[in-house]
Ligand binder design. Structure first.
Ligand code: FAD
Length: 288
């Protein structure tokens, strides 16, 4: 590993000033569970690492009149232990519990999971299904983006030089959301396919539907044609089957060591159909 200077600011203002002063030669460290692998393998060789671990403003889960705000350095362990999330967004608790091991979840942060921008990032599909937004800050100011506009490609997101992700913003929960992860080992395996679904029923039809997919395109994505098949419509097995087929059509998986593209597409269809039925019937347990 090439030597670098380690900075550990204790407040957000200092962190942002450091990122602005150090420019493109600095990288951000949160939990380090992705970054340290890149440093060790030499795929990243920064002059400086700016750790966010002591910046208290970036960690924690708070409720306000618009919904919930999750600080970017909130760990997956904090998420699993949050009573607020258990009550309002249990799908996030479930998604976090599927990542890595106890040791990984104690370090790994929700912000790191999004900023690393892996197509298979497990926190991304449920956050997309919940209409999450992200707050990006720098010495120049703040900007808020829908999460779906944050992802740009494998390992690429909308952050500009000197900017960091400070918060994930969730509107009040509407309807029920689930996350289904398909992987080949029960533990410590990244998703071959991830499917998050939200259904908000109102008077016998769906006022809102979300179908979000992971590991089947260059970025986590929403399958909008599938959502349109459901919105404003009454539930039926045929409709769920058509929405599931549209979700499978919308994704663009690749063949890789984990699974061939045709298999991933088929799993998207199966999980989407199974998940929609389970959500509608109020079934708690659905196998991924
Ligand atoms: C054994 C193992 C198993 C794993 N299993 C899974 C799995 O099943 N599913 C899964 O999704 N992931 C898995 N991961 C990946 C990893 O744990 C997650 O992606 C983790 O959430 C990353 O968070 P972090 O805080 O460790 O990020 P870091 O490693 O600190 O950072 C990741 C990237 O994001 C940038 N970054 C971090 N925070 C910010 C911020 N606030 N603003 C701007 N940029 C930022 C960093 O510069 C870096 O480029 C696994 C990792 C390991 C080691």
């Amino acid at each position: 590993m090439r030597p670098f200077t380690h900075h550990a600011p204790s407040d957000l203002e200092t962190a942002l000033q450091l990122l602005s002063d150090l420019g493109s030669q600095a990288v951000i460290l949160a939990g380090g569970t992705d970054l340290l692998l890149n440093l060790r393998e030499g795929t990243l060789e920064p002059d400086s690492v700016v750790s966010l671990r002591q910046v208290a403003e970036l960690r924690g889960i708070h409720e306000d009149k618009h919904g919930l705000r999750i600080g970017a350095t909130t760990t997956l362990r904090d998420i699993i232990r949050s009573q607020l999330l258990h009550r309002q967004h249990p799908c996030l608790v479930h998604a976090a519990s599927l990542i890595g091991s106890v040791q990984v979840r104690s370090l790994a942060t929700i912000g790191g999971n999004l900023c690393n921008a892996a197509p298979s990032a497990d926190m991304a599909p449920p956050l997309l299904a919940l209409d999450a937004e992200v707050l990006l800050v720098s010495t120049k100011g703040k900007r808020q983006l829908p999460l779906q506009d944050f992802f740009r490609g494998p390992g690429e997101q909308a952050l500009q030089a000197g900017e960091l992700l400070s918060e994930i913003i969730l509107p009040h929960p509407q309807g029920e959301t689930i996350y289904l992860k398909h992987s080949f080992r029960a533990y410590m395996d990244i998703a071959a396919v991830g499917v998050a679904l939200r259904l908000h029923a109102n008077g016998g039809t769906f006022a809102a539907a979300r179908v979000a997919l992971g590991a089947v395109a260059p970025t986590p994505m929403r399958a909008k044609a599938a959502e349109q098949e459901l919105e404003g419509q009454a539930p039926s097995e045929d409709r769920f089957a058509r929405a599931a087929a549209l979700a499978a059509e919308a994704c663009t998986p690749i063949d890789d060591v984990r699974a061939p593209a045709w298999y991933r597409r088929r799993i998207v269809e199966i999980l989407t159909r199974r998940g929609l039925t389970a959500l509608w019937q109020g079934t708690e347990q659905v196998a991924g």
